[in-house]
Design a protein around this ligand. Sequence first.
Ligand SMILES: [Zn+2]
Ligand SMILES: [Zn+2]
Length: 366
Amino acid sequence: MSHSVHSMSSQKTEIPKVQKAAIVQKSGARVEVRSNVPVKQPEELGPGECLVKMHCTGVCHTDLHAAMGDWPIPTKAPLIGGHEGVGEIVAIGENTTHSPVKIGDRVGIKWIAYSCLECEPCRKSFEQNCENVQISGYTIDGTFQQYVVSYVHCVTPIPEGLDSAAAASLLCAGLTVYRALKYSETGPGDWIVLPGAGGGLGHLVIQYAKYMGRRVIAIDGGEEKRKLCLSLGADHWIDFKTCKDVTAEIKRVTGGKGAHATVVTTASSSGYSQAIDYLRPNGRLMAVGLPAKTTLDADIFWTVYKSITIHGSYVGNRQDAIECVDIAATGAVKVHYAEKHIDDLEDVYSALNEGKIAGRIVLALN
Ligand SMILES: [Zn+2]
Ligand SMILES: [Zn+2]
């Protein structure tokens, strides 16, 4: 085994002293884009830290929750949000050992910015539940800035041939749905129900599910969403606005048996209670949405009687992230996104708040 030690002395990359970043002073304050935010210099990086010059960052509904302070876990303040970005490593802290990445590598920064790899959840591969976790754009500054300080062991190498803008949203939305499918205990040919299939998470879960050989029942509303879901390979479409009995329709399509699993990304509790009805015995409800102050309302009798598993699936670990981007690099998964600039962030937040964003938004950071 080779023990590589990185030294900054041989590196001559030009690192500016200040940069552009989008900052929220405290929870609920408006986001301000500033041009005079200090950049941590290479000689200030600790062992294991790296400086990433960002190409772009995705914007996620979670960033809005973080900025508003909606969740029961407090954020840092002032906060630079963002947790799905891609850039290039321009510096690595002195005395860093065993680095899996090097200067010049293109890497992704995901929600889980740091996990210690030593605590019990980490040892059991639940890095997302690390006792010493740091969360991008939440407990530490995230990807809404031109230079991000991250950690060599936790960044995700981006495969060649996968465009930075196309990769950005995979690091949150893609990773979340990929892991949920991976742990759904389904096999090729099994039926998976996807409520909200035409949305930002939904359009990705269809593609990963098809790549994995699952059969997909897509649920959403309207002609545009129907076209999108079917074009991505959904085997069956249900319009919840016009379908009188969604459970009966799922049973009919699956030969009277019900679906093997469902990945519920929606925020409403009805999406969960209905799943208990349409899953077959031993079915799995994969819960991946993170709505604030919403309880899961499941019928206990049928959950027990049908041996249903309700599985909370929270982003993913390093391996899940690598598999997620590697699958996308084959061309099997494409994010539907619109490109904007970091200067547009406030407008993007307004549009997100009003539910006006279809697909994902990726902001340029140059
Ligand atoms: Zn996100
Ligand atoms: Zn840990």
